[in-house]
Design a binder for this molecule. Sequence first.
Ligand code: C2O
Ligand code: CU
Ligand code: CU
Length: 506
Amino acid sequence: LSKQATAATASSLNASTLTPWVDPLPLLPQAKSTGLRPHPENPAIKIPYYRLAMREMLVKLHRDLPPTRVWGYANSFPGPTFDTRSGEALLVEWANELPGKHFLPIDHTLHGAEESKPEVRAVVHLHGGRTPAESDGYPESWFVPGKSATCFYPNHQEAAMLFYHDHTMGINRLNIYAGLQGLFIVRDAVEDALNLPSGKYEIPLLIFDRMLRTDGSLEYPTSGNPKSPWVPEVFGDAILVNGKLAPYLEVEARKYRFRLMNGANGRFFRFSFGDLYEFQQIGSDQGLLSAPIPLKHLVLAPGERGDVLFDFSPYAGKTLLLKSDSFELLQFRVAAAPVNNNAGLPQVLRPVTRIPESQAVKTRRLTLDENMDLVQQSMGMLLNNTPWHMPVTEKPVIHTTEIWELVNLTEDSHPIHIHLVRFQILDRRRFNVFEYQKSQTLKFFAAAVPPSPSDAGWKDIVRVDPGMVVRIIIPFEGYTGRYVWHCHLLEHEDNEMMRPFEVVAS
Ligand code: C2O
Ligand code: CU
Ligand code: CU
């Protein structure tokens, strides 16, 4: 499934024809609490309460484009950023105030989602959150315009940049493409003590690609096969940074912290600064790494986050670019006067203690599969060859640790995400796919490779490349209940590379 389905029409926009660096980079607004409400587990305590409405809105993606219809939260596209502290719980009421019609080619037939009305559905998941099951945004818990759901986020977890996004069964690729996602930062004392660049020197960048038409509207490709509307991957040439196409940012000649998030449906980014100038990675999905890692580029799959420091002081008076391979995403205009802030970077951030394999009480072998549907004449993706609606097969016991051995039998790289937990990558190993298909035995071509330093911290997404077995070790902590795990390529997730799992009491 490597070919990209495109439905280029006469009115498709070639984004490279627009003048770059004419709009300032938008800094995403902060989510604002509107009061206090009783803590769901202890009503004597009051915790902050937020209400974020999902609405349709018009936004300018670029100076020279007509306004674009998108969906956002609290009148912001992408949604506003939560700035929270570890251990400080909050309540968020997610209100569906969307119109009754989807502006993208909606189809409810995928992934076992029934075809019936209503057409517009939404449910919100806090990605990377250690959230009780009833607040986790289960895909089938969607609600319609006029309704809302209040979610409880205990925030019992370490500092990290999480994000929230739509998770509606079978259509979240469309709801997110329309704009339903935003950032959620958790801070803690360990991170505070590191004295990292903060305030205006800490800049979250939520980056995703879109296909646009010349009238400014979002284009979502269709397959051209009415029996099978699914498009396996979507790539656009308009890459938006905090919702703007090719913006610029004026920076001082000093150190900055950029919190990168790949919010694309299907595109992997390979970020670099300037002419492969060195930067330091200090964190990944679930927070700080053990130590800073000097890098020249950083690959992030959809859903992955990277926390990096870049020092502009050698480039005073210059401009330089944030790039992803040949795409130029953001221009930095560095002030002429260098700032003296050479406070050294701590060599220890937050030690990530490796979990010994012996701690695992169970190893599960789980395959990633392609599946040809002969009736629909269409291709789909599966986890462990099992469609969504089949009974739950993964039932880890709370407070135990498991190893999941992800065996990729497809020709794609899949970023696999597991709700509720954080995990560590043990190793990756190349194996013989044909032999596995014949005999279900793993015959390896090479020795196991440990994760790169970038991948050696706490993760909630792991990239599983074709022909590879990737082993991860997962402590199941927090809550019992029904959650999901899935590929974070949103087109795969919707058809039908997602499975429930259930954390059970011992
Ligand atoms: Cu960000 Cu279930 O996903
Ligand atoms: Cu998640
Ligand atoms: Cu996938």
